[in-house]
Design a protein. Structure first.
Length: 108
């Protein structure tokens, strides 16, 4: 089971900025994902929850607000989606994570 993120890292200025990442489902099952941030004070992500059909992609937007420089990361946890699920946030509570992708967030 595989989910990829490109680019695999993000660079920001301390004053803030934005980065877009393409998430790709590289397996034969429909996936559900949840995005977590190590720093919710300075980073916002969209979407936080979502579904990816086999072979499909979606765009993850990461926004950084002005703040102190420190090492941060985004972690995308994923699982096989329940067949009848239509609400990713509600459905994610009932699944077991099968993997994750980490995107380091660099600030200069």
């Amino acid at each position: 089971m595989s989910l990829t993120a490109e680019p695999s890292a993000a660079d920001f200025a301390a004053s803030g900025g934005a980065s877009s990442h393409t998430l790709t489902n590289c397996c034969k099952d429909r996936l559900i994902f949840k995005v977590k941030s190590s720093n919710n004070d300075n980073y916002r992500v969209s979407p936080v929850f979502g579904f990816l059909s086999p072979g499909s992609t979606t765009t993850l937007e990461v926004i950084r607000t002005a703040g102190p420089i420190k090492e941060d990361k985004i972690v995308i946890n994923f699982a096989v989606a329940p067949a009848d699920a239509t609400d990713a946030q509600a459905a994610y509570r009932s699944v077991q994570t099968i993997g994750n992708v980490t995107i380091p967030l660099f600030v200069a």
